[in-house]
Design a protein around this ligand. Structure first.
Ligand code: DOR
Ligand code: ZN
Length: 450
């Protein structure tokens, strides 16, 4: 970097945190990219952003959001969802395909891309669905830039019954040929339906019945079947929202046998245990369910020990009225989270449960690498200038009314947090500044590196 006129701005005086360390460094940005990281990069005539006392992180990469386009925009849309992401320091999201209609064909994928392009405030990838007999469509979706594929083994929002094993296997073959990750919602649909029917017959409608309907072996069985089939097909396997200690132990066993699989846990599964059914009612309904405290402890151990690769949000908005549904079987699974992930993880760091480096590793670096996202997950010269400025000491309280999502109903309402997002940049564009979204929808589609 010999001339200053090629630099757009320099972030000075902050502490740059990566997945493996931290340094007091300046960051120079030009043309949407990081061009230098080092000392005293400020130069006459170059605008400076003073980050003294702040941490500078690569933008978070949330590989599990549901922004509900098309078909369920009364819950959220790409504009509100990506504004929430920007406010939460999340600069890349990957959006799930369980929309109306589901994204299970190349035509549907293209329609969704056309629909959301130009509305996003952060960069985004799109998943296609691994559905029944759609392997050929998956191949086409890969050509259109699908970030990967989602396999719904267990019932959740939308109409996505688990495909038969032959369809799953052929879908895994198609994904393997395209070099793309398949992520599974690993719950056995037949079993959970059996237990739901039994609980209904017994007259249960209370929030805890949801937990009772999905015992841990429902997850363990699906994890085992999915990893077995993915290995046989040579596909890159990922488990979304693993929720039990038994499931994590099965992953360890499978890895010991030579199977390769990445594992994600949700912020929510790390922050709530089953006591939340009493305090939060059906708002806390989530698929897979919020679990007993022993499972929460096992997931934290998995994070600390490195068995958990990725933390994500499963940002799954519903309308305020839907979130107030008293009958557990009519209640919707999921709640918002993309905006509260970083403050909650920073709070965990302040409490000594993880380091900020761990946050960068599980919520930025590792997902960017696993899904082969060019330029994401790191702040090294040549990377996209996706940056979050964080005040690690700022104390605040999560308040639903202040969230940027379409419906600010959050189970974290009133929770104290230590650590706040002060500013967010997407490829050098400042999109969030101290509580406010600024600028326009600069987000672009991210395609996996070939
Ligand atoms: O509770 C959930 N809600 N879990 C999922 O896997 C999907 C999500 C949704 O789309 O509402
Ligand atoms: Zn989800």
């Amino acid at each position: 970097m010999s001339t200053t006129d090629s630099v757009d701005f320099v972030i000075t005086g902050g502490t740059v945190v990566s997945h493996d360390g931290r340094h007091r460094h300046d960051v120079a940005v030009a043309g949407g990219r990081v061009v230098a990281v080092g000392d005293r990069l400020a130069a006459p005539g170059v605008p400076v952003v003073d980050a003294a006392g702040l941490l500078v992180l690569p933008g978070l990469v949330d590989v599990h959001v549901h922004f509900r386009e098309p078909g369920m925009t009364e819950k959220e849309d790409f504009a509100s969802g990506t504004r929430a992401a920007a406010a939460g320091g999340v600069t890349t999201v990957v959006d799930m395909p369980n929309t109306v209609p589901p994204v299970a064909t190349a035509a549907g994928f293209q329609e969704k891309l056309d629909l959301v392009s130009g509305k996003a405030y952060v960069d985004f990838g799109l998943y296609g669905m691994l559905g029944r007999d759609n392997a050929a469509e998956m191949t086409e979706m890969a050509r259109l830039g699908a970030m990967g594929f989602k396999l719904f083994m267990g019932q959740t929002t939308g109409d996505n019954r688990c495909p038969d094993d032959a369809s799953i296997y052929q879908g895994l073959e198609a994904a393997a040929a395209a070099g793309l990750v398949v992520g599974a919602h690993a719950e056995n649909d037949h079993l959970l339906r059996l237990f739901i029917d039994r609980l209904k017959a017994a007259g249960r409608t209370d929030p805890r019945a949801h937990l009772a309907s999905r015992p841990e072996f429902v997850e363990v069985e699906a994890v085992t079947r999915f990893v077995t089939l993915a290995s046989a097909a040579g596909a890159k396997a990922h488990i979304h929202h693993l929720s039990t200690g038994a499931g994590l132990q099965r992953v360890r066993d499978l890895r010991a046998q030579g199977h390769r699989v990445s594992v994600e846990v949700l912020v929510a599964h790390l922050h709530f245990d089953e006591s939340a059914y009493d305090t939060h009612g059906n708002l806390i309904k989530l698929n897979p369910p919020i679990r007993p405290a022993a499972d929460v402890a096992a997931l934290w151990e998995g994070v600390a020990g490195g068995d958990v690769d990725v933390i994500a949000t499963d940002h799954a908005p519903h309308t305020a009225a839907e979130q107030a549904e008293p009958d557990v079987w009519r209640a919707h699974g999921g709640f918002v989270g993309v905006e509260t992930m970083l403050p909650l993880l920073l709070t965990a760091a302040a409490e000594g449960r993880m380091s900020v480096e761990d946050i960068v590793r599980v919520a930025s670096y590792a997902p960017a690498r696993r899904w082969s996202m060019p330029g994401k997950g790191a702040l090294t010269p040549g990377s996209d200038a996706d940056l979050v400025l964080v005040d690690p000491h700022a104390e605040g309280v999560i308040t639903g009314a202040e969230l940027k999502s379409a419906h600010g109903v959050t189970p974290y309402e009133g929770r104290k947090v230590i650590g706040a997002v002060v500013g967010t940049y997407v490829r050098g564009h400042r999109v969030f500044d101290r509580g406010r979204i600024i600028g326009g929808p600069v987000g672009r589609q991210v395609r996996p590196r070939a």
